[in-house]
Design a protein around this ligand. Structure first.
Ligand SMILES: C[S@@+](CC[C@H](N)C(=O)[O-])C[C@H]1O[C@@H](n2cnc3c(N)ncnc32)[C@H](O)[C@@H]1O
Length: 352
């Protein structure tokens, strides 16, 4: 069994737990501790690594490699120079990220130098094969996290690598688009209501991040993660995912959208405040409308969001409406989550 730390935006830890349940993944987790900004879980190695591919609300995954008392620099040097790095590395340079708290070691700069020196000693005694060095010459460096708290050291390795919120290697972005992880937070909270639904509509869909995340929610991400190159993890099997419900995805926007030719999503160029009632089956409306900042709103924002909700009810007769608005706008709807979207504090509201 291994310990993994699943990092998520602060305040969204419960949403990550809901995603584990929705996808039936909680059954393979032996122990789960909720902390601020993440979950510490105990599970099989392969399962924990594969969570990178299947979780959508988690922003990074770390694997705990070692825990030990450490009160001074010679001890730190000894721990690092004696650790067996080979199962995890394909380069002779790595990066250390150091945090210390309430410990005798407080000088993080000196701690970093100590770790670098200790790693150099290790690698000089355990040179990698030229064929491996050649193959991985220009890829991102492996990161190791060292946390010293109350003189207790934990050494963890990053399993995710660069920009884990990205779902595939190539991506087209639209105007004021939302980060995928956040879109999936909204989706998870909506699915956790356990309503029967057949149609998802985003009436102000922009580049369609929410709809694309909905489409891919039950599918593994089509990209590589850094753990896949570890000698230890090569050729490991991926964990199977539960099959999600079948649903139809519809995006509207008053502007043209990059969504136009997107697989499995119907795009219509329509203003929310125009057009008549849409007779659709078992609808959930979920949207990230303008905030009145980057995308302008020409009237009082409380009025705008109230009018928007009224109009959504009239136009789609949905079972659930979920939408995001800046926290500073005093709305009286049922607030589910608060998070920071590209520097703007926002709330997610659910009306059902
Ligand atoms: C914040 S952006 C949406 C971003 C989207 N969630 C994404 O990730 O790409 C808001 C979108 O609402 C659209 N919009 C604003 N007012 C609208 C209206 N009355 N009817 C339809 N779309 C509207 C804008 O064109 C813009 O694309």
């Amino acid at each position: 069994m291994h310990d993994f730390y699943l990092i998520c935006p602060i305040g969204t830890e419960d949403t990550l737990i809901k995603e584990l349940k929705i996808k039936d993944l909680n059954k393979s987790i032996l122990k789960l501790n909720k902390e601020k900004g993440g979950l510490l879980i105990t599970c099989e190695l392969n399962f924990g690594l594969s969570l990178n591919k299947v979780l959508k609300t988690c922003t990074r995954i770390l694997l705990r490699l070692k825990e030990q008392k450490c009160r001074d620099f010679p001890k730190l040097y000894k721990i690092i120079s004696k650790f067996d790095f080979k199962p995890y590395i394909v380069q002779e340079e790595v990066e250390f990220i150091i945090h210390t708290h309430k410990s005798r070691i407080i000088n993080t700069k000196k701690a970093l130098e100590t770790c670098q020196d200790a790693f150099e000693k290790y690698i000089n005694a355990h040179k990698l094969k030229d064929s491996i060095l050649g193959k991985y010459q220009n890829v991102e460096k492996q990161k190791f996290y060292i946390r010293i708290e109350n003189d207790n050291l934990t050494l963890s390795i990053d399993c995710s690598g660069n920009s884990p919120y990205k779902r595939s290697e190539h991506k087209i972005k639209g105007h004021a688009s939302m980060r995928e992880t956040y879109a999936s937070l909204l989706i998870t909270e909506t699915l956790a209501l356990n309503y029967d639904f057949k149609t998802i509509v985003d009436p102000m869909c922009g580049s369609g991040t929410i709809l694309k995340e909905f489409r891919d929610y039950y599918h593994p991400n089509n990209r590589n993660y850094i753990y896949e190159r570890w000698p230890l993890a090569r050729d490991k099997e991926e964990i199977p995912l539960v099959k999600g419900p079948d649903f139809k995805l519809i995006g509207h926007d008053r502007d043209q959208s990059v969504l136009k030719n997107t697989k499995d999503i119907v795009f219509e160029n329509e203003d929310l405040f125009e057009g008549g009632y849409k007779d659709l089956e078992k609808v959930i409306v979920i949207s990230n409308p303008p905030y009145g900042k980057r995308v302008k709103i020409s009237e009082d924002r409380v009025n705008f969001y109230n009018k928007m909700v009224h109009r959504i009810k009239e136009k789609f007769k949905p079972r659930v409406i979920g939408f995001v608005a800046p926290s500073e706008v005093p709305l009286t709807f049922n607030k589910i989550l608060s998070f920071n979207n590209n520097g703007i504090k926002v709330n997610f509201y659910l009306i059902f």
